[in-house]
Ligand binder design. Structure first.
Ligand code: ZN
Length: 418
């Protein structure tokens, strides 16, 4: 790990803030040390709830399942009350439930929100049709007055599963990373255990003796499944059979923490961990174990003389695709990566309306800022739209991965005089 001026500034700021009110010389926002302090959450009551009058049964008793309460409205409407783990909270109002009925019928389900509003277009699947599909838009209506969502669902003795996005909980990550780790050149290990006893896994590949490292993380925010779709495609390219990928793995070491908030994901949280905070506001204070595991593990890996973090990306979801990169005024090691990376994607996908927003960054509380402050890495928050077509997500991510590898190899070759 290199020690540049920003790191020195950081340690001074930490010391000052620990024993006195924020001083105006601190480069950080005033709330950088309090915004992620642990606070209580409310767990949902998990169970299977039978409504005889409706002839239906509804369950949230599975990983990722979420509603806080189920009631009825008259004798024809099932009401699911959706509340976050705590509030205030950014709106990413997750829901997931399973439903079955005594007789085939169409059931109205009202999703009613506290401390949030309807965001995710419902996806459904059944045993007969196990692939997640969008619920027909004609079967979804927003109540203008209450802002509730009203779903018309085909129900019957076979279970229908409904969720805000295609569900990707810890079992998905377990299977995916196990498949990757079955290869000779990929390893997987635990870098820590969460407060609710789940492993935080790091997947690694590439040259174990490389000086140059790259890091990818995802799912700090539980419902942000489209970020996972991007990460999976990105890693398929980086761990793939192309000569470019083979060359990259010869010269670089790859680290991936694909599931940053396994407790939150399996508990169906809207955004926070079980410490009740947004993990992506904790990369200055490090109050939470999940962020500390990554900081400490990368600190150990990069402590060896000459090792550097050359690229960082953190995969998320929002209302559109956007790359929140670093302001170019911030000096990175290596320099000159982000502009050609953006250009690579624009050139390869001329019809794709790429949006880049080089944030001020650097002294913010998000992961990208930590990667730059601590390791001078060029990096970004890689945001994928909730509703971006899934094939496009994969195409952009594969292109982005090729750009990453090509540009970093060029920088390495230039530096090594090769
Ligand atoms: Zn996010």
């Amino acid at each position: 790990m290199r020690t540049l001026a920003p790191t020195v500034a950081l340690s001074l700021a930490v010391t000052a803030s620990a024993c006195s009110p924020p001083d105006s010389a601190s480069p950080f926002p005033d709330d950088a040390y309090t915004i992620s302090a642990t606070r209580p959450i409310t767990d949902v009551e998990r169970g299977t709830f039978v409504f005889d009058a409706l002839g239906v049964t509804v369950s949230n008793d599975f990983a990722g399942g979420r509603f806080s309460e189920a009631t009825t409205d008259g004798d024809s409407v099932l009401v699911l009350h959706l509340r976050p783990e705590n509030a205030p909270i950014n709106n990413s109002a997750w829901y997931a439930f399973r439903l079955w009925a005594n007789e085939p019928d169409t059931l109205t389900v009202r999703l009613t929100y506290t401390d949030g509003r309807h965001r995710y277009v419902p996806k459904v699947r059944t045993a007969a049709a196990p692939e997640w599909t969008l619920l027909d838009s004609e079967a979804v209506r927003l109540d203008e007055e209450t802002r509730d969502a009203l779903l018309r669902l085909p129900v019957g003795p076979d279970t229908i599963q409904v969720a805000g996005q295609e569900m990707r909980t810890s079992s998905f990550f377990e299977e995916w990373t196990a498949t990757l780790a079955a290869r000779d050149d990929v390893t997987r290990r635990s870098i820590g255990t969460t407060p609710r006893g789940r492993d935080m896994s790091m997947v690694e590949s590439g040259n174990p003796d490389a000086r140059r490292h790259v890091l990818f993380i995802s799912r700090q925010h539980p419902p942000e499944v489209t970020g996972t779709f991007a990460l999976v495609a990105y890693m398929a390219e980086m761990l793939g059979d192309s000569p470019l990928a083979a060359d990259f793995r010869d010269r670089f070491r790859i680290h991936v923490v694909p599931l940053m908030n396994p407790d939150g994901v399996d508990l169906g949280h809207w955004r926070h961990n079980t410490g009740g905070v947004d993990l992506n506001r904790d990369w200055v204070a490090f109050h939470q174990p999940e962020t500390r595991f990554v900081r400490d593990e990368m600190g150990r890996i990069l402590a060896e003389e000459g090792r550097e973090l050359w690229f960082f990306a953190d995969f998320h979801s929002t209302n559109r695709d956007v790359f929140y990169t670093l302001d170019r005024a911030l000096e990175t090691r290596p320099a000159g990566v982000l502009d050609p990376w953006i250009e690579h994607i624009r050139t390869a996908l001329p019809d794709y309306a790429l949006e880049e927003d080089p944030s001020d960054g650097g002294y913010g509380v998000v992961s990208r800022d930590w990667a730059w402050r601590e390791h001078q890495a060029p990096g970004m928050v890689y945001e994928v739209g909730d509703n971006t077509p899934r094939e496009l997500i994969a195409e952009v991510a594969r292109t982005a991965a090729r750009g990453t590898m090509q540009i970093l190899l060029e920088r390495a070759a230039a530096e090594d005089g090769g």
